[in-house]
Every structure is written in structure tokens, then in C-alpha cells.
Design a protein around this ligand. Structure first.
Ligand code: PAF
Length: 286
């Protein structure tokens, strides 16, 4: 695996591969990689001849009171895991390479509508930072296909919107969420959980499953959301949201108050246990 930290070297290597007719897959990350990320690399491997991963802890997607400073950085383990999963090139841009005029003076990409609710409402500016850095990474790497985890459900929707609206010629692939044996979604933030919080954290996945069953049994959206809030609060969580939406996330499920129309749905939760904020989701049919 090549490790590259200069834009010129990145571009010339990728150009050689392109001239050889090779298809390039890209997996952007913020590092501190776990089995979930490694599965994204393996999926990317199936979709292309060459796999590029980036590790960049993006300052513009963290709010002032969020964990940018203490976000875990594990460069050696990340490189080892990427190599073992089949990555060909690790792109390690510096903040100066990513934001030549400084992060405060950068040209921004702002995706409307889908960024205004849920994570967007609780983390103002977060998706502007994500869209901005992903657009830059796409311009640097110019992949044929890019792979993102479905755990960050709204992020995936934001990226799909941006790619379509800005006509990036890139296929976006969503990869299934990897889970611990008890159902907890893999996340770099799980390591912030204390020993006593770790078993409590499984309540999120259990609640998503309950939301699916209650929705499929015909309970109204309001009843499902109120039930989820009650369950999560009883399990010790401070809940940011626990909702049922259509997969496009654009609008709340229609048919308010009734069982609603049948079709695809997604239950989404963001909740805090002590200092740790966890998000997860579950897609299902009603
Ligand atoms: O999902 C992440 O790790 C980040 O939001 C991403 C897509 C790498 C952008 O910084």
C-alpha cells in the first residue's frame, strides 16, 4: 500500500492507474478505523481495480463544543488495517492541503433541505463541513465509485444529493452497518463508553427493532416515536431524536396520526449516554 501526503503525488499515481484503464474506488474516513471501515474497503475492492482510502479528521464538521480535539487518532493501526483489508493507496492530506486559505476562509458546499432536520438541527453546520470536505476529496481523488456506511444515514443522503446536484460522475454505494454481537453499531465513539455504559448502549438497537415492530403492527408514527422516547429515557439516555421517516428524509411520514401508508421506512435515533453521543438507524417495510 502506498501512503501519500502530497496532492501532486496523489494525482500522478491516480493518473497512471486511470491511463491503464483501472477503475478507482474511494473510501473517505476520519481514521480510528474499526471492522466497519475495513468492510467498506472490502466492498470497495469488489467494485474496482484500485482502492483509495483517505484519513482526515475534518475540523469543519465539528461544532465548537464537539470532540475535534479529542477525536481518537491512531495512524499506525489505521495504516495496518487498511493494508490488511486490501487498500492500495492511503491519502493523508494535511489541514493546509485541504483548506489552503484556512478552514475559516474556505469555499463551502451547502446542501439544502435534507440537512435541515435531525443531525442537521442538532449539529448546526455539521453537514456543511461534511459536504465541503467530501466535495474536495472527490476533486482530489476523482474516483469512479465511493463507499459510505449506512450507519450515517443522513450523511449518505446528503452526499447522494450533492453528487446528483453538482453532477459528480461518481457512483455512491451505501454499505450495511456492522454490529457487535449484542447489536451495538460499530463506531469510533463506542470507545468513549464507560464499562457500565457499554451494556446500556445496546438499548438503541433494541429500541430500533421495537420501532420497526410497532410500525409494522400498525401503530401511528406519533405513538412509535413517543414509545421510543420513553424506552430510551428509561434506559438512561438523553434523546436528541427517535423518529420514523421515509427513506428520502425529506418529509415526515405522511398520514399523520394513522397507521399511514405502507412502504419503505427508516427509524433513526440519536441519543447521549453520559458524554457519548450515539446514532443508529434501521430500514424496514410497513
Ligand atoms: O463519515 C465520516 O467519517 C466523515 O464524515 C467523512 C465522510 C469522512 C467526511 O469527513
Amino acid at each position: 500500500m502506498l501512503t501519500v501526503d502530497q496532492l501532486g503525488a496523489l494525482r500522478s499515481t491516480l493518473e497512471t492507474w486511470r491511463l491503464a484503464g483501472q477503475r478507482i474506488a474511494f473510501v473517505p474516513t476520519m481514521g480510528n478505523l474499526h471492522a466497519g471501515h475495513h468492510s467498506l474497503i472490502r466492498l470497495a475492492r469488489e467494485r474496482a481495480d484500485r482502492v483509495v482510502a483517505s484519513v482526515f479528521v475534518n475540523p469543519t464538521q465539528f461544532g465548537p463544543n464537539e470532540d475535534y480535539g479529542r477525536y481518537p487518532r491512531t495512524p499506525e493501526a489505521d495504516a495496518e488495517g487498511l493494508r490488511a483489508s486490501g487498500c492500495d493507496l492511503l491519502w493523508l492530506p494535511s489541514v493546509e492541503t485541504m483548506y489552503p486559505f484556512g478552514a475559516e476562509h474556505t469555499v463551502q458546499v451547502r446542501v439544502p433541505q435534507v440537512t435541515e432536520t435531525l443531525e442537521g438541527a442538532h449539529r448546526p453546520g455539521h453537514f456543511d463541513g461534511v459536504a465541503t470536505v467530501v466535495a474536495r476529496l472527490f476533486n482530489q481523488v476523482r474516483p469512479d465509485v465511493a463507499v459510505f456506511g449506512r450507519k450515517d444515514y443522513q450523511q449518505l443522503a446528503v452526499i447522494r444529493y450533492m453528487v446528483r446536484d453538482l453532477a459528480f460522475p461518481i457512483e455512491i454505494v451505501g454499505a450495511d452497518t456492522r454490529r457487535e454481537a449484542d447489536g451495538l453499531a460499530l463506531s469510533s465513539r463506542n470507545q468513549y463508553l464507560s464499562e457500565s455504559e457499554r451494556p446500556q448502549a445496546v438499548a438503541i438497537h433494541a429500541c430500533l427493532q421495537w420501532m420497526r415492530e410497532a410500525s409494522q403492527a400498525g401503530q401511528s408514527r406519533e405513538a412509535v416515536e413517543a414509545g421510543a422516547l420513553e424506552r430510551l429515557s428509561a434506559a438512561g439516555f438523553a434523546v436528541d431524536y427517535a423518529v420514523v421517516r421515509r427513506p428520502d428524509l425529506g418529509l415526515p411520514v405522511l398520514g399523520e396520526g394513522g397507521a399511514g401508508e405502507s412502504g419503505a421506512r427508516v427509524a433513526l435515533i440519536a441519543a447521549r449516554l453520559g458524554r457519548t453521543r450515539l446514532i443508529d438507524n434501521l430500514e424496514f417495510e410497513t
